[in-house]
Design a protein. Structure first.
Ligand code: MN
Length: 160
């Protein structure tokens, strides 16, 4: 009898532990959203606030002169202020985030949005505080340069 009770107890404990594991996996998936590409390398703290991961998808060459890659921003993460000498196109594939051109209001961006940022315009982009962001970037005409990095976006600027 004791053996049977112990067996039942073991089964219940094992089930709970499996459920907990499954919930943890689901939580991790939700945090990283629907990733299409590998997560890539964590961006430098000199260029990003919070955790942002970058993977290059198209390397720069003299034929296409275009850089393409994916960035995953965890909730609250964002780029520093920066500009692109030839502009940039962002394609949002999952999540919710922000894009701001200096002097303009913060724009909310979400899955399915396409954002153009003109050449040599100071701006930043990143995730919302609660939900991360998956974004593909396309930088054309790389012979003009790819990115000029500047200072971090302060919490005050981010929360506006
Ligand atoms: Mn940019």
């Amino acid at each position: 009898m004791i053996a049977i009770l112990a067996g039942i107890f073991f089964l219940i404990t094992a089930c709970n532990s499996n459920t907990k594991k499954r919930q943890e996996i689901m939580k991790a998936d939700k945090n990283e959203l629907n990733a299409i590409f590998p997560k890539g390398e964590k961006g430098s703290a000199d260029l990003f606030t919070g955790n942002a991961y970058n993977i290059g998808l198209v390397d720069v060459d003299s034929v296409f002169t275009t850089a393409v890659g994916n960035v995953f921003f965890e909730p609250g993460a964002r780029s520093n202020w920066h500009s692109h000498p030839a502009g940039q196109i962002l394609i949002i594939t999952d999540g919710v985030g922000y894009h701001q051109i200096e002097g303009q209001a913060i724009e909310t961006i979400k899955k399915g949005d396409v954002v153009k940022c003109p050449p040599n315009v100071r701006h930043w982009h990143g995730a919302s505080p609660q939900v991360g962001l998956q974004q593909i970037y396309i930088v054309p005409n790389t012979e003009k340069g790819i990115v000029d990095w500047q200072e971090a976006v302060t919490d005050e600027q981010y929360k506006k």
